[in-house]
Design a binder for this molecule. Structure first.
Ligand code: ZN
Length: 47
């Protein structure tokens, strides 16, 4: 089962697969399909 993330703008809960887009620099973009709220360059802490 895919983990979900809640949009900080409209509180819609979406599967991360549908709202997070990985960038080549290992940061990710959050984009809410519900309200089109967008956050760029989310720092990921892998490793
Ligand atoms: Zn939203």
């Amino acid at each position: 089962m895919m983990p979900t993330v809640k949009c900080p703008s409209c509180m819609a809960e979406k599967e991360i697969d549908g709202v997070l887009t990985a960038q080549s620099n290992q940061n990710v973009i959050f984009r809410c399909p519900n309200c089109h709220y967008e956050v760029k360059d989310i720092q990921t802490s892998k490793g």
